[in-house]
Design a protein around this ligand. Structure first.
Ligand code: ATP
Ligand code: MG
Length: 273
């Protein structure tokens, strides 16, 4: 028996992606926006735009696949979502391990396959495959992974869409070397590196975009970070800022710097205090 609820469910989950945009799905990954904290970010967005144009162009083949690789917390998923959004392709689908928790290998493969099949039906489509190594059930202890899912992805990453259709595939991973061992790296049109913040000026640019610290406090932090080496992902940094925001104002700067040091965001931890 099919009732109204089923119909609405289908409308929400099955029908819409084939026609309308899935921009809301992307906004979920972009809730905190993209802060252009330095040339690594602007450079990646520019390279991404070239690849998007390549995917759209009628002379090129119908398939452009891009891997965004970088350390954990460096902002891979958000940047991939931003590229998908920049493409302005009407069909966008996000394939992420979170929504496949508890799936068997074969149902996972079927689901991935369905995303691509849906994409082939639209003229301009974008499929975002987030966190590939997780999707493949890769575990560093073992190491084991789902060969079935790997084979499915390898096929889909190479398969040209039907004539006249354009497909942009955006993938993310923090385990580039694992994908290399799985002979997946060579499948991509391009591999873009997502950087962590490595210079004090990167960090200061983020502080200036957020409203946690006053101008004077930012100057203070800049002075203390001078000459220090830094290595922190944007996601981690934003989390530290959230924590600082909750801290009483008089302790905010020192709390932030201490946490930055504790998290290993600073290479040398000597001269802070
Ligand atoms: P994980 O390794 O856990 O998969 P990730 O590398 O995918 O993490 P994201 O989940 O994309 O990281 O988190 C990045 C967060 O930082 C997002 O909330 C995003 O809105 C925000 N952000 C702000 N500026 C940037 C930027 N320049 N690049 C990427 N993300 C940014
Ligand atoms: Mg991610």
């Amino acid at each position: 028996l099919v009732n109204r609820g089923d119909f609405l469910h289908a409308l929400e989950h099955d029908v819409k992606p084939a026609f309308g945009s899935s921009a809301e799905a992307l906004d979920h990954y972009l809730a905190r926006g993209i802060i252009t904290w330095g040339t690594p970010v602007s450079g990646l967005l520019e390279d991404g735009m070239l690849l998007i144009n390549q995917a759209r162009s009628t002379e090129s083949s119908g398939l452009v696949s891009v891997l965004l690789e970088g350390p954990p917390n460096s902002g891979k998923t958000a940047l991939a979502a931003q590229l998908a959004k920049n493409s302005d392709f009407p069909f966008v689908k996000v394939c992420s391990p979170e929504e496949m928790v508890g799936f068997t290998e074969s149902s996972k493969c079927l689901q991935i396959r369905k995303y691509f099949d849906d994409a082939y039906r639209s003229v301009l489509s974008c499929v975002l495959v987030d966190n590939i190594e997780r999707l493949l059930d890769y575990g560093s202890i073992g190491p084991r992974y789902s060969n079935l899912t790997l084979q499915a992805l390898l096929v889909l990453l190479k398969k040209e869409p039907p004539r006249g259709r354009k497909l942009l595939v955006l993938c993310t991973t923090s385990r580039k070397e694992v994908l290399k061992d799985m002979e997946m790296l060579s499948c991509f049109t391009a591999v873009l590196h997502v950087h962590s913040l490595t210079k004090p000026e990167h960090l200061i640019a983020v502080l200036e975009e957020s409203d946690v610290f006053s101008k004077r406090e930012i100057q203070d932090i800049a002075r203390k970070l001078q000459g220090q080496k830094l290595f922190i992902g944007i996601k981690k940094l934003l989390a530290l800022l959230d924590m600082a925001r909750q801290t009483e104002q008089q302790y905010r700067v020192i709390k932030f710097l201490t946490k930055l040091e504790e998290e290993g965001g600073l290479d040398t931890g000597s001269s802070l205090h």
